[in-house]
Design a protein around this ligand. Sequence first.
Ligand SMILES: *[C@@H]1O[C@H](CO)[C@@H](O)[C@H](O)[C@H]1NC(C)=O
Ligand SMILES: *[C@@H]1O[C@H](CO)[C@@H](O)[C@H](O)[C@H]1NC(C)=O
Length: 570
Amino acid sequence: MTLTLKVENTGPDPVSELSFTFPEHQAKNLALLVAVSTEGRGKNRGSATNLPIKVNQPDNSPPSLIWYHASLPKELAKGESLNIDALAVFTHTLRPFPEKITQAEAQLFLLQDSAHFTSPYKVKYQSLTVKLPSESVESYTKLENTKFSGSEIKYGPYENIPGFSYVPVIVHFPSNKPFAVAKELVREIEISHWGNVQVTEHYEVVHGGAQSTGEFSRLDFQARPHVRGASAFRNLIAMLPPRAHSIYYRDAIGNISTSNIYADSSKTLLEIEPRYPMFGGWKTSFTIGYGLPLRDYLFQSAGTRFLNFTFGSPMNDVLVENLTLKVVLPEGSKDISVSVPFPVKQSQETTFSHLDIAGRPTIVIEKANVIPEHNQYFQVHYKFSNLSLLTEPLMLIFGFFSLFVAGIIYMHADFTISKSSASYLAKQQWDEVLGTLQQLVDIINKCLVLHDKLEASLRELSRTGDVQACKAVRKSADGLLKDLSKDSKSLLAVLQSSPQAAHILPKVEELVVKERDLQEKIMLKHTTVIDSYEKKSAGRDIENRVASIQQKITSLKQEVDDLLEFVEDI
Ligand SMILES: *[C@@H]1O[C@H](CO)[C@@H](O)[C@H](O)[C@H]1NC(C)=O
Ligand SMILES: *[C@@H]1O[C@H](CO)[C@@H](O)[C@H](O)[C@H]1NC(C)=O
């Protein structure tokens, strides 16, 4: 809504403020209100002065009106007049009607407003022009002084209207303009003092027009997109700075290659095409990113640096319901201040990326209802020591240095298992156990050889009847077996004291016990047989006497053999 006013002070006192009033339902969607005062008209128009505006409800206000007060550049004395131009932008003001349409139907909107300028002041002379997007109109309120021509509906002129006058008018008209609304936009601007500004923008876009009902046919749409999908939009255009580079566009699935870039010396146009045409109520999320040369946006003055960057979305004709703007400054930035030409919510956080120690100071600016008119420049001032710039390279240099030193150490180091390490000690102890075990097995084998010798001496005895020779064999074997048994006892003691041998110890002990048992039984047999020979017993008697012993010997031999096999396999 553009307002062109000529105001005159008809009262006795000078005035310093001009008030605008809007009905509450309009005011709650007011995205922007600016007023400028200009000297002269037409060709003699002088320079414009932006008027500061503040919101303040006077006590005597009629209900459901919101007041905005613009401070005049100089007091208006009695009888003096002044030209004021104002621009008010409202969002969510056009209501789709019907609210739901099919793929083939056109989209229609309702505009509700007042034919009279709703002002706290008496209006001497006023007219209203409604400019439609096209020459067609479905219907409009016809008052006595109404004219429709081309794509404009003109109400008025009206003369001498009292203050707070409200005459409702409704205009119902078709519009198939893309109705793109970004429910959320997160813009991240990351400054690298190495020469780059990286911009990343995450969008959640919805078609904010009439809801699409019925089935969607892509075939119909592709055959006749202007009829079967007139209200849909297929692409969005982002106007990026001329020197944007490394541009990408992707959504949750990945890179979208159906985007186009048109660049000339004054701008870079990025045409992005979602994966499907956008009908009323349909949503899509995507991310675009691009790099910019730092020197175009970062400047220095009086010891501080400042970023001078555009505020809103680079997309044409997109309303941003919630904008979050993050400016990520280099690590080590200090004394940060922000200046935005309109009120915003501001906070600060810290962003971490690789190689950061303290994190990067990040300015977070939030604003609701952001329109293309908000695409103004804002500034972030901060102090930064060039020494901080060296932190990361120094870290890298140190990092690589450490890596190489580690490499050198590695090359020269002896990586055989350290003599003091636990695993080395464990291995050593186990080797000792195995050694001891081998000695023990050797001893048992020697014993078994002696057993065989004793048995052989008995067979010799039965052949020759030489008791003395047999006794001699027995005597020498006895002595040897005693020595071996002493040795085996001490070896067993070694094994019993080693924790590493605990799990094999029962079998080893059993082997030693069984061998001794076998030895005893063989001795017993030997004694019995010799005894019998000395008593000159008959061969059959001898056999009878030793039969039970022989049985035990046979089974013990088997057991000793089995155990020995087991122990040798360890
Ligand atoms: C993404 O698609 C664009 C075409 O729009 C192409 O130029 C670019 O190389 C693609 N990027 C990747 C990472 O695939
Ligand atoms: C920011 O940049 C714009 C465009 O280059 C320029 O018009 C404006 O004066 C700059 N603002 C400041 C504070 O430097």
